[in-house]
Write a protein that binds this ligand. Structure first.
Ligand SMILES: [Zn+2]
Length: 295
């Protein structure tokens, strides 16, 4: 019986589990309401979500990837050390969480170098992976990829294969792909009864019934790995409420109360790995597709 239960979670491919480590007041939805210069005055609550995440992962002996803000490395170095000490991958999520479309090449490079230096100094690890704020690597910001490579990073996981108005590259391959001398690990929608649904994290994971997410993921994992993404503030239902406009309020606060239970169900039902190990496996298979941005 126990063997039957153990086998029931086996999918053909694993989920690469990733977290964009930022505090509740640094997210894009808050940008017009809490400016960068006011960040230091806010109540830091990142440890509330992180304690839940790290305990849940330790309980299942799961290793994951944490793309962390350089700003947090400077404010909460003990948190970054704790993540590293528990054997998780440390990646970079920029310094100031500014989407790339609001930067130029020079300011992007300066922000990235500052973040990588802060994270490497605190964690004692070489940073290999980058996740842009708000998945902001797209056609118009593809100039960022050679900069990421030249800053010494090995892979990027910032492209969402979708035609969303604010982000995404709709014709990008859904498999791990070589682009601009980097390895790209894209995020993608999953099929659910003929529809394409982004069940891999964020507001959709919080909003959709878990049974639907589970079914879509099971189907998707037959053809290849899936990258999922979460944030510590998504596991902190008591976080301060900001008077956001209706759409932003919905996106940020939907499903916060049930998200911990959904996440624990997910950990029970699937097998997980880090994004870095997906990259290593893909490179070893010597079978990467390639893509060229035409700008
Ligand atoms: Zn972020």
């Amino acid at each position: 019986m126990s063997k039957l239960i153990a086998n029931s979670k086996k999918s053909k491919h694993p989920i690469a589990l990733s977290f964009d480590v930022e505090d509740w007041f640094t997210v894009r939805n808050m940008r017009d309401f809490v400016s960068d210069s006011e960040w230091d005055k806010q109540e830091m609550r990142v440890n509330i979500g992180m304690d839940f995440i790290l305990n849940a992962l330790a309980g299942k002996n799961i290793k994951a990837t944490f793309y962390i803000l350089g700003w947090l490395a400077d404010r909460a170095p003990e948190l970054i050390k704790k993540i590293a000490d528990q054997g998780h991958e440390i990646g970079c999520h920029s310094y100031q969480h500014t989407p790339i479309d609001l930067l130029d090449p020079k300011s992007f490079e300066a922000d990235l170098k500052k973040a990588v230096a802060a994270l490497e100094s605190v964690s004692g690890r070489k940073i290999k992976g980058f996740r842009a704020p708000s998945f902001s690597v797209m056609h118009k910001t593809s100039w960022a990829l050679p900069i990421i490579r030249d800053c010494g990073l090995e892979y990027d996981s910032s492209i969402f294969v979708t035609s969303h108005p604010d982000y995404g590259v709709k014709d990008f391959p859904t498999a791990i792909t070589t682009v601009s001398g980097l390895t790209e690990v894209p995020l993608k929608k999953s099929k659910f009864f003929g529809a394409q649904v982004p069940v891999c994290g964020g507001g959709y994971f919080r909003m959709l019934p878990y049974a639907m997410t589970k079914s879509a993921l099971k189907q998707d994992l037959q053809s290849g790995p899936v990258v999922m993404y979460f944030h510590p503030w998504e596991f902190d239902p008591e976080q301060p409420r900001v008077a956001l406009p209706a759409i932003k309020r919905f996106r940020h606060y939907v499903g916060l109360n049930s998200n911990r239970d959904k996440f624990l169900s997910l950990l029970n039902d699937f097998e997980f790995t880090t994004v870095e190990s997906l990259v290593q496996d893909a490179k070893a298979s010597n079978n990467l597709s390639s893509y060229t941005f035409k700008n």
